[in-house]
Design a protein. Structure first.
Length: 196
């Protein structure tokens, strides 16, 4: 949380696996935290992070970061979102309205310049948000992939009253789909609610 009462959140996924990707993730997190506390806008943060990451050289560029940044204002009940090459986030209203928040710019560190844009959404009572990494959709049962459509259906069909319970329901569905088989990618998900 910031002194203004706003909260800035990032969900990101580093390309590649292993120690090198883990180090990039740690470096990304540290730089992100420093920029948040410097009072920068989401666009400024994404632009600076992109230049910083790209400037690290070829190895870093192969380990670009898809990221989705949020600025949550709990007083105005709004959320600003910047999607830098990440999977679409799902914003579901209590009235059934659905917004897929798609990428508005390239992954961080992939290209030397990218134009990032921010979208703002009102969080009416009952609004729910799901953000996830591609490991959630790339779960396999044999040759069949869980995919974005199944994830969205699972999220929308879940009537659990808290974010923790919604996440639990999603994990159970993904695990049942895979028959408990080990998957090749890490999985991260975040659910936010505005209480009805």
């Amino acid at each position: 949380p910031l002194p203004s009462g706003e909260t800035i959140i990032v969900v990101g996924d580093v390309a590649g696996k292993g120690l090198a990707s883990a180090l990039v993730g740690t470096s990304f997190r540290s730089a992100f935290r420093a920029m948040v506390h410097a009072g920068l806008s989401l666009q400024e943060i994404a632009t600076q992070m992109n230049l910083l990451h790209y400037g690290e050289g070829d190895e870093a560029r192969r380990r670009y970061v898809t990221a989705i940044l949020f600025r949550l204002d709990p007083v105005a009940h709004t959320i600003d979102v910047l999607n830098a090459g990440h999977n679409p986030a799902f914003l579901a209203g209590a009235d059934g309205a659905l917004s897929k928040i798609k990428a508005s710019g390239t992954p961080i560190g992939l290209l030397p310049f990218s134009n990032y844009t921010t979208q703002q959404f009102e969080l009416a009572p009952g609004t729910r948000l799901l953000v996830y990494t591609d490991g959630m959709t790339e779960v396999f049962h044999g040759e069949d992939e869980f995919g974005e459509s199944r994830l969205l259906e699972t999220f929308l069909a879940c009537s659990e009253p808290t974010p923790d319970l919604v996440l639990g329901s999603i994990w159970q569905t993904v695990d049942a789909f895979s028959d408990g088989n080990e998957q090749s990618d890490d999985m991260t998900a975040l659910v936010l609610f505005r209480n009805p």
